[in-house]
Ligand binder design. Structure first.
Ligand code: FEO
Length: 392
């Protein structure tokens, strides 16, 4: 994809990865982009690079705008390889450039690519005068790595926050007013849920800190996906809500099944919950993409999880799911567990212990059924679904 001017003398020079379907385990059904930006002024600056297999595309886009020897600085907002693995090639070509990174960013660059770069470190509030423009840097540790930082361009008021506010969304369009807003917000939510959810408290604090520094962007240009230009406060407000754990009257039922017993229980619970006017999402683990399940949980007030018992333990797909979701640390949700067993049981106990250990708010007891649920068992499941629905 060719370069695009996002403001006067500021160009998107990144790459669109149309065919990416797996981003270290996150399912990217709509591909992604690696956004890099070139700012022309008395000193020319490249903000971020791209993934290594798109480096030649980045080189071409830069050469369409300027000569490499004119680049005075390469800003590395974040060293994760989707944004920095083209750095060695770019730095080799941009011989006059100094790399700018946070202190931890410098350490990470050296760990990834060696110590042959000329690196200047910056901290929050540091400024770099380019000519007519000034860059202000804001450290953003853990958003998404310890090295992360944001770059704010004035007087254009463009925030380049790297991973924050991004989406894995490949598109020939670059701006929020050019794409379907439902797809855009869905991908932004999926990105937050699967990448940033465990860092939610930091996000709220960082947004407050950035506001206090006088950063009031009219455009937010993240490192993945679409640029927010029509109403950047929309994504900032969405981040605040997601970070605070705000959710709607919605129950996600996540389960797996061996011979259909847990499936019958899940459907009965869904019927009970839906009868109370609550939105219900019923998601069988082997039929639903895990990244999508996490997105549905983001705005659910309750999560009901079901598993058959296999070898006195939860079914393996539940182990996979619970390992992932406990690491993501979703806030403010009600959790409960159900399942079936043949002789000794163990799935509900194991899942409950795992959730309790993670600090989740668990409603006990859950429901366990021996072998196949009868009409009475299923009615109990309906009542269980109703009870959780009336609580939220
Ligand atoms: Fe898009 Fe944390 O890298």
């Amino acid at each position: 994809m060719t370069k695009v001017a996002i403001a006067e003398d500021i160009f998107w020079v990144g790459a669109v990865d149309w065919n990416l379907r797996d981003f270290h385990g996150y399912t990217t059904n709509r591909g992604t982009t690696y956004n890099a930006y070139l700012i022309l002024d008395q000193k020319t600056v490249l903000v971020d690079t791209v993934k290594y297999n798109f480096a030649t595309e980045l080189v071409k886009n830069i050469e369409d705008v300027t000569d490499f020897e004119k680049i005075g600085y390469i800003i590395v907002n974040h060293v994760e390889m989707d944004h920095s693995s083209a750095l060695p090639m770019i730095a080799e070509k941009a011989k006059n450039a100094t790399v700018i990174a946070s202190e931890k960013g410098k350490d990470s660059i050296v760990c990834h690519y060696g110590d042959h770069f000329r690196i200047q470190t910056v901290k929050t509030g540091d400024m770099l005068k380019l000519g007519d423009r000034t860059l202000t840097f804001v450290e953003a540790p853990m958003l998404h790595w310890p090295d992360s930082m944001m770059t704010y361009v004035t007087p254009d008021k463009i925030l380049m926050p790297n991973d924050a506010f991004g989406q894995h969304l490949a598109s020939s369009q670059r701006f929020d007013d050019e794409v379907d807003e439902h797809i855009l917000m869905d991908e932004a939510a999926k990105y937050f849920a699967n990448i940033l959810m465990p860092l939610a408290p930091l996000i709220t604090r960082k947004i407050q800190e950035v506001t206090q520094l006088g950063v009031a962007p009219t455009m937010i240009a993240p490192s993945h996906g679409i640029i927010w230009r029509s109403n950047p406060s929309r994504i900032v407000n969405a981040y605040l809500q997601w970070s605070e754990g705000k959710a709607k009257r919605k129950i996600s039922i996540v389960y797996d099944t061996m011979w259909g017993s847990t499936d019958k229980m899940a459907h009965a619970m869904a019927d009970g919950a839906a009868s109370q006017g609550v939105e219900v999402k019923l998601m069988k683990l082997r039929a639903t993409d895990l990244s999508e399940i996490i997105t549905q949980i983001l705005d659910s007030k309750a999560v009901i999880v079901g598993s058959p018992t296999l070898n006195n333990q939860m079914f393996p797909t539940l182990g996979h799911f619970l390992t992932y979701i406990t690491g993501l640390r979703p806030k403010g949700k009600v959790w409960s567990f159900f399942g079936s067993y043949g002789w000794g049981g163990g799935a509900v106990r194991g899942m409950t212990e795992m959730a309790r250990k993670a600090g989740f708010e668990v409603r006990e007891p859950g429901i366990e059924v021996k072998f196949v649920p009868n009409a009475e068992d299923l009615q109990k499941c309906v009542e269980f679904g109703k009870k959780i629905a009336t609580e939220i």
